[in-house]
Design a protein around this ligand. Structure first.
Ligand SMILES: Nc1nc2c(ncn2[C@@H]2O[C@H](COP(=O)(O)OP(=O)(O)OP(=O)(O)O)[C@@H](O)[C@H]2O)c(=O)[nH]1
Ligand SMILES: [Mg+2]
Length: 404
């Protein structure tokens, strides 16, 4: 399977059908008068959110779309048929951006939600329309107008309430496996997770939230180190970040430094995302004795001067995870209720989301431009070098297609 969360497409709506020039010709009827019908409108192009689509891969293979042209009008006052509309199905969580103006055209976040992205041309008028008291045999018709043409960029972000953040190997995927039925790969090496995974955490019947596990971040990610920060954009729709920390790391990076490094990268990616509610989840405590646990946990909290919520867990044994999920659920419900009762809070949340969206888009565009520049410089330096896509393969056959 291929995971593609960005695609650029070109859309061309249908042209309107031309009006017809015709006169009524029948036996024994002289000067039958004009009877040229109107053309049909051109088909428009819509994008529609579809729950069964979860990648934009199809749009990479087929980047051009054209809706049907309206039929021309015919004699005997026959109107031409309207061109069929074209409906392209995209994953829920797709943002549509005009590639020329960078204007955000819309955001499809619900199943069945539709957005018209290119309007079909208007129909032309037949000569019947131009009949008047002074001109009873008009030879005038009008042509249908051209359909709208548009280059748009599609950006898909997963929809989750909670995002897992942390260094590679911190135990993010182990945590999502422990608390939901999602079963992403877990392994004892960095960058096991290459694409976001979603899991539904059911706390009680009818009380659940969605968690997103994304690939790990390392220092320098905002400049492209490791898998870079491109997956952070999947966290901008979440309300709460759980920062998972490996409390018994193999390398000698102190857990507090690891937390600061991630927070730094997050801030470079989007200052408003970094200001989101973030809880510390200290993981792998089963590897430490009780005395050590107290020591290292106190140390990290002191060093970070952490005042927010902290959870001490062992994801692999499922210890402490129940309380964490319960508190996350409670926090989400509280926020949702607050926003439902206070329009100004809901508005502030919407503003923050669009700010995070804009910041993350700007950052990723800048990184992409820098990467393209580097690629063309390299190409100039090594003429004939394999210039294959920036793709990667995982053992599961999951291929990640990075933005071009
Ligand atoms: N002892 C112990 N090992 C753990 C715990 N949580 C995770 N691990 C181990 O740590 C290693 C990495 O776990 P993952 O869940 O793959 O880590 P990740 O954060 O998803 O890593 P990436 O996908 O590479 O970013 C695996 O070998 C896990 O078995 C824990 O609570 N205790
Ligand atoms: Mg993982």
């Amino acid at each position: 399977m291929k995971f593609v969360d960005e695609a650029s497409i070109f859309l061309e709506a249908g042209k309107g059908g031309n009006g017809c020039l015709s006169f009524r010709r029948e036996k024994f009827i002289e000067k039958g008068g004009p009877d040229g019908g109107d053309g049909g409108d051109g088909g428009s192009i819509f994008l529609e959110g579809d729950g069964s689509v979860n990648t934009l891969i199809d749009f990479r293979y087929q980047p051009r779309y054209r809706a049907q042209t309206g039929e021309g009008g015919r004699g005997r006052d026959c109107t031409g048929a309207k061109g069929d509309d074209l409906v392209l199905r995209v994953p829920i969580g797709t943002t549509i951006i005009d590639a020329d103006t960078e204007e955000v055209l819309g955001d499809l976040t619900k199943i069945g939600e539709r957005l018209m992205v290119a309007r079909g041309g208007f129909h032309g008028l037949g000569n019947t329309r131009f009949k008047s008291s002074t001109n009873r045999a008009p030879r005038k018709t009008s042509d249908g107008s051209l359909g709208e043409e548009r280059s748009v960029r599609l950006e898909m972000k997963v929809l989750a309430d909670v995002g897992l953040l942390g260094m590679p190997n911190a135990g993010k995927s182990t945590l999502i496996r422990a608390i939901s039925s999602a079963k992403p790969k877990v392994a004892n090496y960095p960058f096991t997770t290459l694409v976001p995974n979603l899991g539904v955490v059911s706390v009680q019947p009818h009380r659940s939230f969605v968690v997103a596990d994304i690939p790990g971040l390392i220092e320098g990610a905002a400049e492209g180190a490791g898998l870079g920060v491109r997956f952070l954009k999947h966290l901008v729709r979440t309300r709460l970040l759980l920062h998972v920390v490996d409390m018994a790391p193999y390398d000698d990076m102190a857990p507090a430094d690891a937390v600061l490094a991630i927070a730094g990268e997050l801030n470079k990616f989007s200052a408003s995302l970094a200001s989101r509610e973030r809880w510390l989840v200290l993981n792998k405590l089963d590897l430490l004795s009780e005395d050590q646990q107290t020591l290292v946990c106190d140390e990290i909290l002191n060093k970070l001067q952490w005042e927010g919520p902290v959870y001490k867990i062992s994801a692999i044994k499922g210890e402490g995870t129940k309380q964490l999920c319960f508190d996350v659920m409670g926090w989400i419900e509280e926020r949702t209720a607050e926003e439902a009762g206070d329009e100004s809070l809901a508005e502030a949340e919407r503003r923050l989301r669009s700010l995070m969206d804009a910041e993350s888009r700007e950052k990723l565009q800048a990184l992409k431009a820098a990467w393209k520049k580097k690629k063309s410089n390299d190409k100039a330096g090594f003429e004939g070098l394999d210039d294959d896509d920036f793709d990667d393969d995982d053992e599961d056959g999951m291929e990640v297609v990075y933005a071009e």
